[in-house]
Design a protein around this ligand. Structure first.
Ligand code: ADQ
Length: 504
């Protein structure tokens, strides 16, 4: 952890997420190497963690890493976190699978997306979830000790009021218990810190949450934080109601604060954004990738929450009810493989393969097929070109925390010609009001909405897209991150007490 001696540090940030911002794998010579990941979270948070001498804690994306392995430095100096800023959490494969495929994706993913019939409740995977959260918590405590030792060295007087308080920012449904343990040890060791949590998926209503046999422990885990962020107000409301009804918490509704354990937990709606300029630049530069045809575009991870089956059926209905689009319009569905070792995801892939085959068989002519289906990951510049040149983006999840695809489409619409069709059951549906909103379960209505988008006049298309672009360019991912950290700044540190004079 570097920095000019004596120079006051801005609060060091410790990010805790299921995955590190890169994957660590061994090359043919057995040497560990970083391979980069390009998500919005990494782009936004990486530089902040780098600049404040912070740390990132997470699983390295493979089981190749061993406890005493040296973490490789970034390929290009200063292009990523230094090795000492990274703390990989290493968990044996069997335990990790039970935690990740079992509890995270077999229980919390469907439950939090309000699909309880798909959720499996198992005490075995729940135990794995607890154990892995404990591993993350232990690493975070190590990181806090390291940061505190550094601060004590920098500030000669340990009770100096200007000494910054480290901020721990925990991400997502894989790590809902970690904060409870971090707080407990931090209090025992007087490790002053503020704890924040952001949930990237929806928070369900009390009626759904109470189905989970250990719901109180989840709520306790989240309530161990000082600041809890969700994408939209609805999720805040659900969380607050669960805390009231299950934990008997008192709530200050006017300020959206919860009283718990003689502390105040601040609950805030902080909608995530995307690196708007980055996508816009890609769209400006990317060469054309499509033929001269009108494209209705879908881009998703292949997941049952994304409503792919309903969407494809709606496109079939469009062709049936509005034959004027035959031969002129195609549905381009790009689906990135996801959780491919889980049975349900394999079954969904097969269902989609069959559906696409049947519809293409039904409507194709010698020189036109209605559905072009790509099952795979595509590069960012190709993706930007698809977003830019499509007539319509069909973003119709059955339930989605936010949905970044809707925002990426808008950022790439540099000619402002396209129309966004959006599900109200995505967090994005709450703010992107100029989109055409449609219930994805109503297949006839979705078909009619696609038709409406395809025949919409130019002025209306431009007007809607301009407003959408304006909002997304100002509320981008940097804005989101700054909002979270600003809220954190206003939170008082609840773990106080004289700092120990002996650096650990
Ligand atoms: P996800 O469920 O992964 O994220 P989403 O927000 O749509 O969903 O993000 C998907 C990302 O994958 C997008 O950035 C998109 O560009 C990329 N992608 C999709 N298909 C691709 C393909 N074929 N090739 C390349 N890239 C592809 C979770 C929550 C969301 C929430 C985000 C962020 O489920 O609701 O918006 O976190 O908080």
């Amino acid at each position: 952890l570097e920095g000019e001696p004596g120079e006051p540090l801005s609060a060091p940030l410790i990010v805790v997420s299921n995955r590190l911002p890169f994957v660590l794998k061994r090359n043919a010579n057995g040497k560990l190497q970083r391979s980069h990941s390009a998500g919005g979270l990494v782009t936004a948070l990486g530089p902040v963690v780098m600049d404040c001498g912070g740390l990132w804690i997470g699983w390295p994306g493979s089981h190749d890493v061993r406890p005493f392995d040296e973490i490789p430095e970034p390929d290009i100096p200063n292009s990523g976190l230094k090795s000492q800023q990274v703390k990989p959490v290493l968990v044996r494969q069997e335990l990790f699978d039970s935690f990740y495929n079992g509890c995270c994706n077999g229980t919390f993913w469907p439950l939090f997306h309000s699909m309880p019939d798909r959720a499996i409740f198992s005490s075995e995977t729940w135990k794995a979830y607890q154990e892995v959260n404990e591993e993350f918590a232990l690493k975070t405590i190590d990181a806090l000790r390291q940061v505190r030792a550094r601060l004590l060295k920098e500030y000669n007087n340990p009770s100096d009021d200007s000494m910054p308080v480290p901020v721990v920012w925990i991400h997502d449904y894989q790590l809902m218990l970690a904060a409870a343990m971090i707080r407990q040890v931090a209090i025992e060791e007087n490790l002053a810190c503020k704890l924040g949590f952001f949930l990237h998926i929806p928070f369900p209503s009390w009626d759904i949450m109470r189905l989970f046999p250990w719901d109180d422990q989840i709520l306790e885990g989240i309530l161990a934080c000082d600041l809890v962020g969700f994408h939209i107000e609805d999720y805040c409301t659900n969380f607050i109601e669960c805390c009231q009804r299950r934990m008997g918490c008192r709530v200050d509704h006017a300020n959206s604060n919860i009283e718990y354990d003689n502390r105040t937990v601040h609950v805030r709606a902080l909608p995530i954004g995307i690196p708007f300029n980055q996508f816009q630049q890609l769209a400006i530069k990317a060469p054309r990738v499509m033929k001269d045809e009108r494209v209705v575009l879908g881009v998703d991870r292949l997941d049952y929450t994304k409503g792919l089956v309903q969407r494809i059926k709606a496109f079939e209905r469009l062709l049936q009810c509005h034959p004027e689009h035959l031969g002129r319009v195609v549905l381009m569905q790009i689906a990135v493989p996801s959780r491919t070792d889980v049975k349900e995801y394999k079954a969904l892939k097969e269902e989609i393969d069959q559906l696409v085959g049947r519809i293409n068989g039904r409507f194709s002519t010698a020189d036109w097929s209605p559905i072009r289906y790509i099952y795979g990951c595509i590069s960012q510049d190709k993706l930007a070109a698809f977003y830019r040149d499509s007539a319509v983006a069909l973003v119709t999840p059955l339930r989605d925390g936010m949905n970044l695809v809707a925002k990426e489409f808008v950022a790439c619409q540099i000619n402002e010609n396209g129309v966004l069709i959006l599900s109200p059951f995505a967090g994005a549906g709450g703010t992107m009001r100029e989109a055409l909103l449609v219930n994805p379960y109503e297949i006839d209505m979705v078909a009619e909405t696609i038709h409406k988008a395809l025949v919409m006049d130019e002025d209306e298309r431009h007007h809607r897209m301009q407003l959408l672009r304006k909002r997304e360019s100002s509320m981008d991912v940097d804005y989101w991150m700054a909002s979270f950290l600003r809220e954190m700044d206003q939170v008082e540190c609840a773990i106080t007490g004289p700092p120990s004079l002996i650096p650990v």
